[in-house]
Design a binder for this molecule. Sequence first.
Ligand SMILES: Nc1ncnc2c1ncn2[C@@H]1O[C@H](COP(=O)(O)OP(=O)(O)O)[C@@H](O)[C@H]1O
Ligand SMILES: [Mg+2]
Length: 219
Amino acid sequence: MERGIIVAFLQVKGGSGKSTLTQNLAVSFVHSNLKVKIIACDIRQRTCSKWVSRRNEYHSDKPKIFSSIQVDDLKNSVIEDSKNYDVVIIDVQGSDSKSLRTALLISDIVYIPFTPSQNDVEVIEELYGLLEDTQFQNNNRKTFYILNNCSVHYLDQSISDAELFFKDYTHILVPSQIRVYNRKVYKVASSEGLGVIEMNDLKSKIEMLNLKKEVESYV
Ligand SMILES: Nc1ncnc2c1ncn2[C@@H]1O[C@H](COP(=O)(O)OP(=O)(O)O)[C@@H](O)[C@H]1O
Ligand SMILES: [Mg+2]
């Protein structure tokens, strides 16, 4: 490709892991010697830009990740950045329907994170029309749902319940091969300005390196 890959994490519901996955995918790519930019449509909480500031302040030895906050004209800034960066990752707040639509129209790969619970997965109803509508205009877009915050208890049925629920949506949404489990290290890494692959936790490291591989396999 002449330009960088554009990946978006989006959800209408807060707390599903958009910012966490954005940060960790960015770190996984930056360790492959790629130039990575995060664009956050997150003017209120500024989660990713605060995380980048902590990274720059306390871990200037670590590979640098660039970031900006975008509210207006998301389209042009993403297109412009994709000329200068290998990977552009957009963290889209669901409350902003304009950014949501724009991200769906310009991204190569979209991940919609869900916590595996009935209340959370049902939110797909709110996005369904928009996903279908924009898929025609951005034909090559690959759209995944990704289960985040999965329970590590093997008796827990919520993962298989969620996967069953999404079977009705496979024409518009395919399952990511990566399940992200609820692990304290995701919170710790985030608070330190790091990604989990920079911490000492093998399981989360495998999750995030596999996420990177999945993205690479679709471009
Ligand atoms: N897999 C995970 N394991 C443990 N904590 C997580 C995980 N994913 C997200 N979190 C935590 O849940 C909270 C919400 O995640 P965040 O990524 O900020 O959601 P969003 O950006 O979608 O609102 C944060 O405190 C984050 O550290
Ligand atoms: Mg966020």
